[in-house]
Design a protein around this ligand. Structure first.
Ligand code: GLC
Length: 706
């Protein structure tokens, strides 16, 4: 390869149309990858040019953001995370890969593994939530789903772990903002899902927009060489995010485009997404000795290694003939995913499941929102295929006796003119089901909010409907955990959906009418007020942990003398605790954990122990419980979180049935980066819990001793 051809492989352009200029660049070997080609015929035409008209005949790698489905749209990743279901998430990714390959797309920019502890950040929607263990397991499952058994399989696409790293800690929850993650937190929390997904064999990684501690990821040699290559032995390739390289000028980290190319190449960034500093400067930088040719060789080898592993040299073409896009099997899988991604937050007096003989008032802007129901990061999902709750009532659920009033045209709509109609509609029914939430554009990239209440006048609509004294079910479709504390008194039951995708409509009725029993658990904390953010379950204890029941603001006496009220960490107005904690979710059943047993009260490094409990379905419906295992390292060389998720499993039980739930815990599971930044488990006492949420469970303790 000439130096120019090597550099050409490192250059990725965005596709808008096939033209002479693009074909010329491919012929000259100036392009290694294109993103956003979505037409199979165009892909095949471009691959033909690359294979037959360029000197070396190196095929293109074609990328696209296939985040939660290409055409058949699954719940947004935050919703899929609520399923705590590795197999379900893997299958969703596999189906996305099948539909992608039919269009000639062989690389997706997913899974997004950014730990997200801030619901103001719009990209929490794409994340797998706040916990590194959950995000690690589900991220690895997505990699396996996208990549199949072999990268060269006909239905495999290369995965891309993003955004490396720490992007979810954007200050203030404002997208693209700086992050200030100290090294222990970086290693113990933010890097962990990436490590697990590299271990699962991910082919590529994408650098993030943020500067962490002043260093933009696209120029961060510590992340790209020390962590990714030396420690994790990653042998795939790294692509920058969209212009994240040239944005290092805006960061004030590079003086000009030439320095951008030098910084990124020397930091170990293999492929440049769209900003073209490599193709325009690297040859000169090599001549000037600022970038050794050996560096270029390493970067190109990483890219070619993946192209070879993907089998692109043998077959880079989109298949012809009928595909499986929108097949019934795909739609059924999307429906199952939506069922298992919903979280039941409230169900007073067992209002749910509803009796199918009841007359139902269906109200609200999200009851028939085929575009918005799919959620953010949907380029190719066609809203004509979306089955909304209303559409489901007009088709599969047409036996249900219902009346419908949209009331608001969209979630931001502030026009109350139809409230009276909505109230009158509610009065005609036995029960009111209100569909509220967010339009899809209100979450996702660059869509941060400083107020995360139900937007517009949706809360007023809910209150007006509750005033009819009819039983009210609130069903949400949102891209984030909204602050719904003020809405709870106006809903007897709450079924929370993170944008449920193409088949969200029938899935919601399956749940509301009891054909399915809710099993989802929250992958992210629901705060009471946006002012509580950041609030997450796996926090440190602090020297003055807040009290369970702190004083009430209005209980503070007038002219109270100067004092440190409460002397501990809480808010005078919203206390210490969230509205709903990580891991929380109700069922139509009830589950009882009993008889916690530890196979040992003391283990040595390298040893394992078993933690078990019995789990009984004490309710009258068959149901599935997501049993969770948490530990707390009581004393460490650095302060340790009050709880850390170390296991979960889904247990299905018939009414009255009891099963033994057993987790295996090894000393490796207790390892963390301590004061000396060496990853190891430290001796001492540990607490352990088995339960159905991060704020409950049977508690035991054990020690780790040399
Ligand atoms: C965007 C996103 C990234 C996406 C890329 C390509 O800016 O940050 O997640 O994969 O550009 O669309």
């Amino acid at each position: 390869m000439t130096l120019a051809e090597k550099i050409g492989q490192m250059n990725q352009l965005n596709f808008d149309q096939i033209n002479k200029d693009l074909e010329e660049k491919i012929k000259k070997g100036e392009i290694g990858s294109l993103l956003n080609v979505t037409n199979a015929e165009e892909v095949n035409q471009l691959q033909q040019v690359a294979l037959q008209q360029s000197r070396l005949g190196i095929p293109l790698i074609i990328g696209r953001d296939v985040i939660h489905g290409l055409h058949t749209i699954f719940p947004i990743p935050l919703g899929q995370a609520a399923s705590f279901d590795d197999e379900l998430v893997k299958n969703a990714a596999h189906i996305a890969a099948v539909e992608s390959r039919e269009k000639g797309i062989n690389w997706t920019f997913a899974p997004m593994l950014d730990i997200s502890r801030d619901a103001r950040w719009g990209r929490i929607a794409e994340s797998l939530g706040e916990d590194p263990y959950l995000a690690g397991r589900l991220g690895a499952a997505m990699v396996r789903g996208f990549q199949g058994n072999k990268l060269s399989d006909a239905t495999s696409i290369a995965a891309c772990l993003k955004h490396f790293a720490g992007y979810g800690a954007a200050e203030g929850g404002r997208d693209y903002n700086s992050t200030n993650i100290p090294i222990h937190l970086l290693r113990n929390v933010y890097l962990e899902p990436f490590r697990k997904s590299v271990e699962a064999g991910a082919a590529t990684v994408m650098t993030s927009f943020n500067d962490n501690d002043g260093i933009p990821a696209s120029g961060n040699g510590f992340l790209l060489k020390q962590v990714l290559r030396k420690e994790w032995n990653f042998d795939g390739f790294v692509v920058s995010d969209w212009a994240s390289m040239s944005e290092m000028i805006s960061h004030g980290f590079a003086a000009d485009r030439k320095e951008v190319a030098s910084l990124s190449a020397n930091a170990g960034l293999d492929m440049e997404m769209v900003s073209q500093t490599y193709i325009q400067n690297l040859e000169q930088l090599v001549k000037e000795g600022k970038v050794p040719v050996q560096v270029i060789d390493e970067l190109v080898k990483n890219i070619l290694r993946i192209k070879i592993r993907m089998g692109l040299f043998e077959n880079p073409f989109a298949p012809t003939g009928p595909g499986k896009t929108y097949s019934q099997a795909h739609l059924n899988a999307a429906r199952e995913a939506a069922v298992k991604s919903a979280v039941l937050l409230k169900n007073n007096n067992q209002l749910l499941p509803l009796d199918v003989r009841k007359k139902i008032a269906v109200i609200g802007p999200m009851a028939d929102a085929p575009h918005d129901q799919m959620g953010t990061w949907v380029f190719d999902g066609q809203k004509e295929y979306t089955v909304t709750p209303l559409k489901a009532l007009q088709t599969e659920y047409k036996h249900i006796n219902y009346v419908y009033e949209q009331a608001l045209a969209f979630s931001r709509d502030k026009n109350k003119a139809n409230f009276e109609k909505a109230v009158n509609t509610a009065k005609q029914a036995d029960v009111v089901v209100v569909f509220l939430g967010e339009e899809s554009i209100l979450s996702g990239e660059a869509h941060s909010l400083s107020n995360i209440n139900l937007i517009g006048v949706q809360s007023d609509l809910l209150a007006a409907l509750k005033a009819t004294n009819k039983p009210v079910v609130l069903v949400t479709m949102a891209g984030r955990p909204l602050t719904i504390e003020r809405d709870l008194p106006n809903a007897d039951a709450v079924l929370y959906n993170f944008h449920p995708g193409t088949m969200g409509g029938p899935a919601i009725w399956d749940l509301l009418f009891g054909k399915a029993n809710p099993s989802g658990k929250l992958p992210v904390t629901f705060v009471r007020e946006v002012g509580q953010i950041p609030m997450y379950y796996n926090h440190n204890n602090t020297g003055r942990p807040g009290p369970k029941n702190p004083m009430k603001l209005d209980d503070i006496p007038l002219e109270a003398k100067q004092s440190s009220l409460g002397n501990s960490s809480f808010y005078l107005d919203s206390g210490r605790d969230p509205l709903f904690p990580f891991g929380y979710g109700l069922s139509y059943s009830s589950f009882e954990y009993k008889d916690l047993k530890l196979s040992a009260t003391k283990i040595k490094p390298g040893e394992k122990m078993k933690v078990s409990a019995t789990l009984t379905n004490t309710g009258k419906y068959e149901g599935t419980e997501i049993a969770q295992l948490y530990v707390r390292d009581m004393v460490g060389s650095i302060a340790r979180p009050v709880k850390e998720l170390k296991g979960y499993q889904k247990i299905s039980l018939k009414p009255g049935e009891t099963k033994l739930v057993t987790f295996e815990l090894s000393s490796d599971d207790l390892a963390f980066y301590g004061l000396d930044l060496v990853k190891k488990a430290e001796n001492g006492m540990f607490n352990v819990w088995v339960g159905g949420s991060s704020d409950s469970g049977l508690k035991g303790s054990f020690s780790l001793e040399q």
